[in-house]
Design a binder for this molecule. Structure first.
Ligand SMILES: C[S@@+](CC[C@H](N)C(=O)[O-])C[C@H]1O[C@@H](n2cnc3c(N)ncnc32)[C@H](O)[C@@H]1O
Length: 213
């Protein structure tokens, strides 16, 4: 994530990602009603974590993140929910055993391909019956990818953000390698999951989707 961004993350994320709240709500609403043990990958400042804790008080939620200052913010926000545990851990070091539901918001596009491939393999080999993700996905054609990036850059301009932050985010989004939905679909379907699209912004490439089995 862009340097120093965590300090202002909660106050700027709606500008950077206009679908943010809608995406998080879509994840919350897509969690199966029988979920018991939920893990959130890259829980950040805990915006998704506390929403899940609030909506499903009878579940246990474990949030995992490598960034300690972000975890501290998340801990503060979820302090009144006894069903939340936040761990300072790299997703790669996570043992998925025991979780029936895996959720994540705006994380996968940040991870290097080889990293992500390992994590996806572990998810499909786990006992989880639901994986719900909100993220920016790659356009299936180069043309579409170019349009996504143009919209993303356009969307940042004119917001009340520091110019150097805007430039850093645009640079970062060019380096990021969002996942193709079709590639994930293939892997998940091979492992008996079915894809369900829950929310989609055709302009920016932000999508909320779930895999269920
Ligand atoms: C863009 S933020 C999203 C935060 C939060 N999920 C949200 O929706 O607001 C990406 C988060 O992923 C975390 N992250 C990135 N790579 C990670 C890794 N390998 N293991 C754990 N967390 C990671 C970052 O520290 C950051 O909190």
């Amino acid at each position: 994530m862009a340097r120093e961004w965590y300090k202002i993350y909660d106050s700027v994320i709606d500008s950077v990602c206009p679908d943010y709240k809608m995406g998080l709500e879509a994840v919350v609403n897509a969690i199966p009603s029988n979920a018991k043990n939920i893990v959130e990958l890259g829980s950040g400042t805990g915006e998704l974590t506390y929403r899940i804790a609030q909506t499903y008080p009878n579940t246990n939620i474990v949030g995992v993140d490598i960034n300690i200052p972000l975890l501290d913010i998340a801990k503060y926000k979820s302090r009144s929910y006894g069903n939340v545990r936040l761990l300072n851990l790299d997703i790669l070091g996570l043992d998925f055993a025991g979780f029936d539901t895996i959720v994540s918001g705006l994380v996968f596009h940040l991870l290097p391909q080889h990293y992500r491939d390992v994590i996806l393999e572990r998810m499909v080999s786990s006992q989880a019956s639901a994986v719900v993700i909100f993220d920016r996905v790659k356009g299936e054609t180069q043309e579409k990818e170019k349009t996504f990036l143009e919209y993303f850059a356009h969307n940042l301009q004119g917001k009340r953000l520091a110019q150097d932050l805007i430039e850093e985010l645009i640079k970062e989004s060019r380096i990021n390698k969002p996942m193709k939905l079709s590639e994930q679909k293939k892997l998940f379907e091979e492992n008996r999951f079915m894809l369900k699209i829950l929310h989609q912004n055709p302009n920016h490439g932000f999508v909320t989707y779930g895999f269920y089995r």
